[in-house]
Write a protein that binds this ligand. Structure first.
Ligand SMILES: [Zn+2]
Length: 315
């Protein structure tokens, strides 16, 4: 009886162990299904035009409130300090951002590396530093660079020269794997707000979300083509007039598609970020696009962006 009880207990323990293992496997599999993504913002303190009566401070505050309400992890904002000169609203907007969210550099004046020599780019990284130092809390890390226009150099020599400068100055490159040119909608929204054109604003929302959905799928497809599996992603957004109004829907869309928001540091801890396509590019682009181009991989289909309609709406 005792022996039988021991045996039953033994079987029970084994069953429990198996169940635990199955649970771990299930968690592992479901954990893999949720794709990690870091949310980042470029062109701080502002991208695009302002709607009438709206300040840069208001846009920064509203966007931070949306991030907080959605319980988003810290989201990096990449700063061009030249935009602060003689603009108290811009300076205050950056203080508001820096008090709530981390930040890095986007060069002093949003310099295009493909149109300028490597030394000019290095100078611009340097020139942006005093503003970042002033904004930083004691011990805060801000040595992250987001390349303006996602251009890392039209020649491989230029690319290597800047990368070597960045490494020497302890910068990490804030990569991008997801980008749908969200900035296109910022100034269009400011115009439609000025006209209080609700019908056009509704179209801006639906066109934005359709494109976002298609490009989220594209990023995952490209990761599989480049790496053979999906990776942690980094999403590029721009801080502008449309941000706080569209972001709750964007976050919901990403949740539905199984994306899990994480910090930039966590996203880029993925081994996918260790490699370097190491090739000059006339066009630049996301890390995935650079790999696709360097390896001459055929792009999967994606929805066409409504460039013409966005340009013409509410004019
Ligand atoms: Zn930019």
């Amino acid at each position: 009886m005792t022996h039988s009880g021991d045996r039953d207990q033994g079987i029970g323990i084994r069953k429990a162990a198996w169940w635990k293992l199955l649970c771990i496997l299930f968690l592992f599999i479901s954990g893999c299904a949720a794709q990690k993504v870091a949310i980042t913002f470029d062109d701080l303190p502002l991208n695009g035009d302002l709607p009438p009566g709206v300040t840069r401070v208001q846009i920064a505050r509203d966007t931070i409130a949306v991030l907080e309400k959605a319980h988003m992890p810290p989201a990096y904002g990449f700063i061009n300090a030249k935009k602060l000169e003689g603009n108290a609203d811009a300076a205050e907007a950056l203080k508001v951002w820096a008090a709530a969210e981390p930040f890095g550099t986007h060069t002093y004046s949003h310099l295009d590396l493909n149109q300028n020599p490597a030394e000019a780019f290095d100078r611009e990284v340097d020139e942006n530093e005093p503003a970042l130092e002033l904004l930083a809390k004691p011990g805060q890390e801000w040595h992250w660079l987001r390349y303006p226009f996602l251009r890392e150099g039209d020649t491989v020599e230029k690319r290597r020269a800047v990368r070597s400068y960045l490494q020497g100055h302890h910068y990490r490159i804030a990569q991008v794997t997801l980008d749908w040119e969200d900035y296109l909608w910022n100034s269009a929204y400011a115009r439609c707000e000025a006209k209080q054109d609700e019908k056009s604003i509704a179209w801006l929302r639906s066109s934005y979300l359709n494109i976002a959905s298609s490009y989220l799928d594209l990023g995952r497809n490209m990761a599989k083509l480049v790496y053979g599996h999906d990776i942690n992603h980094v999403l590029l957004l721009h801080l502008g007039a449309f941000s706080s109004t569209i972001l709750p829907d964007v976050f919901e869309l990403m949740k539905q598609k199984g994306f899990e928001p994480v910090t930039l540091e966590e996203a880029q801890s993925d081994a996918a970020y260790e490699g370097d396509p190491d090739a000059g590019s006339q066009y630049g682009g996301t890390l995935l696009e650079q790999w696709m181009d360097a390896r001459k991989i055929k792009y999967p289909p994606v929805m066409a962006k409504p460039y013409k309609e966005i340009k013409e709406i509410c004019q």
